[in-house]
Design a protein around this ligand. Structure first.
Ligand code: PLP
Length: 371
């Protein structure tokens, strides 16, 4: 039997493992020199803008909303085709998520609908770069400027992606990246926020660690309610090894994604836009033809039987129980619902071989012919 193919797997090299061992031997495990080194390296990629680490992108997004002044009574416009964290952070700060539908071709938030949803209560927009495919930044910031709204970019999946040649994070408002093990680079768990200025960065530092500001004499003050979301130096050491290889990882993903696009051309599937300059190809997602919509669980089981993991990213957030309790229901976002019901994530990670892609494609072709 051939090896089981997961839908993703991090690539951690021996030098990175050795650097983690060095941290463990150093006697300093929590936030310290490795975190500062990673923040500085991320800031270089962000064109010199301030970057601060936390233990998840969820925390980074929540703190970003706080920095943007979002609170009870405010509305935040976002997409429902995302990981639940995107909307949960809006609830966490006491605000109201307003979901708008996606463009069925890009599967990204439809900016025309964002504009229609803007009200006097709208405080921010959270665009999500699903699968690493960047939301039109020109369009997002045109709306933000025109209506005086903050932007919290959920770039959890789009590390190293760019908009018209400018790397995400190097421009714009508040930009959050995730370093979860499934993302294009990892710290084990972790995330960061790119900010506009040092005042925002100072507030972020307080929010991530108990609201505390330390004085040189060893005393401290606590002036806001902060949480406990700082990253460890153990994690930052992994991140330094990963960041050094991010461009290599993304180039490999683009190459493999290209092969998927040509190999799956004739199966009658919905394929992602064949765009190989801007996207970091965090995921390769297909949309099943309508005739197979009800067969998705069976297809997933048959692929698994053949040793290939496929994922569902994502069930629409507004149709989960928590959001139903808030009044959301099926029928409100037709494109999101139709795609969420038929979308599938095929294996894609840098260590895959072209033969793995061929195996996925031939297995999928066979399985589809059986259904
Ligand atoms: C992974 C992810 C997050 C959350 O990242 P964590 O680091 O796991 O908190 C948020 N939004 C999107 C779109 C994601 O893919």
């Amino acid at each position: 039997m051939t090896d089981f193919l997961p839908f993703t797997r991090p690539d951690i090299d021996e030098a990175t493992i050795a650097s983690v061992a060095d941290v463990l031997r150093s006697g300093w495990l929590t936030t310290g020199p490795k975190c500062r080194e990673l923040e500085a390296a991320l800031s270089v990629r962000a064109g010199g803008r301030p970057v601060r680490l936390v233990n998840s992108a969820t925390a980074a997004l929540e703190f970003a909303l706080r920095i943007a002044g979002v609170s009870a009574g405010d509305e935040v416009i976002t997409t429902s085709l995302s990981w639940v964290a995107t909307a949960n952070v809006i609830l966490a700060v006491g605000a109201t998520p307003v979901f708008v539908d996606i463009d069925p071709l890009t599967r990204l938030i439809d900016l025309k609908l964002v504009e229609q949803a803007i009200s006097a209560k709208t405080k921010a927009i959270i665009p999500v770069d699903l699968a690493g495919f960047p939301v039109d930044r020109e369009g997002v910031y045109r709306l933000a400027n025109q209506y005086g709204i903050r932007v919290v970019e959920d770039a959890a999946q789009s590390q190293g992606a760019n908009w018209q040649g400018r790397e995400l994070g190097s421009f714009g408002d508040l930009v959050a990246f995730s370093f979860h093990p499934n993302k294009n680079m990892t710290t084990g768990e972790g995330g960061c926020l790119v900010m506009n200025n040092e005042d925002e960065a100072r507030l972020f530092e307080k929010l991530r660690l108990q609201g505390v500001t330390r004085a040189p004499d060893g005393t401290y003050d606590c002036d806001v309610l902060g949480g406990k979301a700082n990253l460890t130096d153990i994690a930052a050491a992994i991140g330094l090894g990963q960041l050094a290889r991010l461009d290599e990882f993304n180039a490999r993903r683009r190459e493999l994604a290209k092969l998927y696009c040509t190999s799956l051309d004739k199966l009658g599937l919905g394929l992602p836009p064949a765009e190989f300059e801007q996207s970091n190809w965090h995921m390769f997602q297909i949309v099943l033809p309508e005739r197979l919509a009800a067969q998705r669980p069976k297809l997933i089981a048959m692929m698994k039987e053949a040793g290939i993991a496929v994922g569902v990213h994502y069930p629409a957030i507004h149709t989960t129980s928590l959001y139903r309790q808030l009044g959301w229901h099926e029928g409100q976002l037709p494109h999101t619902e139709a795609i969420a019901a038929r979308i599938l994530t095929l294996p894609l990670f840098p260590a895959m071989q072209k033969s793995d892609i061929e195996r996925v494609c031939s297995t999928l072709t066979h399985v589809m012919s059986q259904l």
